[in-house]
Write a protein that binds this ligand. Sequence first.
Ligand code: HMG
Ligand code: MG
Length: 313
Amino acid sequence: MSTGLPQREPDDELPKRVTIYEVGPRDGLQNEKAVVPAGVKAEFVRRLAAAGLDTIETTSFVPPSWVPQLADAREVLADLGDEGLGPRRPVLVPNERGLEDALHAGVGAIAIFGSATETFARKNLNRTVEESVAMFAPVVARAREAGLWVRAYVSMCFGDPWEGPVPVEQVVDVSRRLMDLGADQLSIGDTIGVGTTGHVARLLDALQDKGIGADRIGVHFHDTYGQALANTMTALRHGVTVVDASTGGLGGCPYAKSATGNLATEDLVWALDGAGVETGVDLDALVETSLWMAGHLGRPSPSRVVKALTGSD
Ligand code: HMG
Ligand code: MG
């Protein structure tokens, strides 16, 4: 397989280096119809790490009745050993029970996940926004005591399939409350992929005004409407240096209508390689991993770059 690379023409308005926060094993596999065996999940994480991905969200500690696809979190981490631990291998944790299990498995980083809207808080967490903040408070406090790195996601930042437009102030308010619990990083989620570039800029400015600077923000764009890469580039021009992406463009949320895959990591790496931005990722190795995973899932990768480079369809 010959993949080639984009012609490198540096873009001086972009950061010199970007950290890709890979969510394929979690956001990607939580949304697959087929349950992928734990051994394949662990191998996926190992291959992603070998391709140069620095931060990989490995799994979730949620009830199996809510997300059966990730019911094997302990098994995956046991298979990974040291490769699954430390501050660059976060796992999703919604509550104290999840934290208990995650600590038992030895994790070094967690992510809580709130919602900017009441409807999605109810559907995804079975709580109001207020109740979910109260659920997260002891989780973050205890995680910090245990020396864990903590990320706070906010979903539905750019629109909600039930409530429609979501006011920027509402997103900022929930973000502020979650960060005030003591999280290290905020990830702003476009769960259903409806956001556009001006909206991204406006939200980042509003967060900055409330003391959450771009240096503490990651962006999490699902690509439903084909806007994820454009939105990411806008965020990078506003000082963000952490970008969530999913190898093969896998992803979605079982509790959000019309949520499809995340920004494909391959498409992001192509864009950043071309613009002279370092990511540490080897595109050839990543494309091979994407094809390997597509083989396990029994369908082609939706990544445009993978299709273009390999002729896969
Ligand atoms: P609940 O049903 O209200 O839970 O769910 P509960 O506290 O009433 O407990 C019910 C049962 O589950 C009890 O067992 C608990 O012990 C057990 P029983 O007494 O009936 O035998 N339980 C657990 N078991 C294992 N692990 C746990 C756990 N907690 C309770 N952690 C809850 C409330 C928050 C747990 C549930 O709503 C939940 O886990 N939701 C998560 C759903 C999810 O994972 N969604 C996808 C991830 S979010 C996402 O994808 C968006 C993101 O990518 C960003 C974006 O795109 O915007 C992050
Ligand atoms: Mg997501």
